[in-house]
Design a protein around this ligand. Structure first.
Ligand code: TPP
Length: 330
């Protein structure tokens, strides 16, 4: 967490290289996780965030100490961007003792409150009332913190989503709801889910401000998100933001994603924020193949070390299964 509000000035070479590397760290982590899944090292679900990394990196950059992220099962990107140890993240995917939550949560339940990550939730929309609760606590305790709650567009049609947003608006809670509209809820495109194209049309009903854009440029995303976060912090003004993005992989590892065309995927590849950042380094800052590869090599080494760490980590102690079941264990 950098704890700085992003300036509106054009980012310099070092800053473009830093965000490129941060996005690449998430992508390479997940590519190796994907390979580990096919090798049988990961049980259960694995939902990849590939294509959406700019959102997690922009978010981590603008958060201040005490701010919270509450998100969906597509949570690895936030863990990495918020500074969780990739080895612990990979070990969590492997169900190992040194995992982020001791190997009992798995892919969908990453959690590290010291880093500001308050879960990883598997129930679609179920985390919105949780996020409203965090924001209520901040307002009550006057701790100046903001909760950022991420949801897929599919969660907009769930009852708990309405309850969470309604209370946030009614009680003027310091929360920013961010819809990561990656175009599909499992295999269902948005137009078959809802009557509206623009999901922020619901914001006025909750007395929320709104904003909506396509996530191509990580710096624009960071700047516009920061505006909403600071309004939530200073005025307790909740917001509803829709980010148009794309997931390049299937819904989870078991989805071959046959419901979309190659042309569609290629169209989004050209707009991929990671690709855009690389192009910017090449075009504006003189990076050549060698310079890009040296960043990539360092990232791959870091993430391969995470896999090695997870491989070497022991299985959890059998009694660990029963921890956190009763309130006195918390
Ligand atoms: C309440 C509930 N209903 C159904 C499911 C099964 N389910 C898991 S993910 C998903 C699609 C959600 O899509 P979206 O909210 O757009 O998020 P994305 O996976 O695209 O990030 C569904 C229906 C669930 N986990 N919870």
């Amino acid at each position: 967490m950098t704890s700085t509000i992003p300036s509106t000035q054009a980012p310099d070479k070092d800053e473009v290289a830093r965000v490129f590397k941060e996005m690449l760290r998430i992508r390479r982590f997940e590519e190796l996780a994907s390979r580990a899944y096919t090798q049988g090292k990961i049980s259960g679900f694995l939902h990849l965030y590939i294509g959406q990394e700019a959102i997690a990196v922009a978010t981590a950059d603008l958060m201040k100490d005490g701010d919270r992220v509450v998100t969906t099962y597509r949570d690895h990107g936030f863990a990495i961007s918020l500074g969780c140890d990739p080895g612990a993240c990979m070990a969590e995917l492997f169900g190992k003792k040194d995992g982020l939550v001791g190997g009992v949560g798995g892919s969908m339940h990453f959690f590290d409150k010291d880093k500001g990550l308050w879960g990883g939730y598997a129930i679609v929309g179920g985390h919105l009332p949780v996020a409203a609760g965090h924001a209520f606590a901040s307002k009550y305790l006057k701790d100046d913190a903001v909760t950022l709650c991420f949801l897929g567009e599919g969660a907009m049609h769930i009852g708990a989503t309405h309850e969470g947003m309604h209370l946030a608006g009614l009680w003027k809670l310091p929360v920013v709801f961010v819809i990561e509209n990656n175009q599909y809820a499992m295999g269902t495109p948005l137009k078959r889910q809802t009557l509206v194209d623009d999901l922020t049309v619901r914001a006025p009903a909750y007395r929320m401000t709104s904003d909506r854009w396509e996530v191509n440029d990580i710096f624009e995303t960071r700047r516009r998100l920061a505006e909403a976060v600071e309004r939530a912090r200073k005025d307790h003004q909740p917001a509803l933001i829709e980010l148009l993005t794309y997931r390049f992989r299937g819904h989870s590892m078991s989805d071959p994603a046959k419901y979309r065309t190659k042309d569609e995927v290629e169209g989004w590849r050209k707009k991929d924020p990671l690709y855009r950042a690389e192009q910017r380094l090449r075009d504006d800052h003189g990076f050549d193949d060698e310079a890009i590869e040296s960043i990539d090599d360092a990232v791959v080494d870091e993430m391969q070390a995470a896999v090695d760490f997870a491989d070497a980590s022991p299985q959890p102690d059998p009694e660990h299964r029963f921890r956190h079941h009763l309130v006195e264990d918390v």
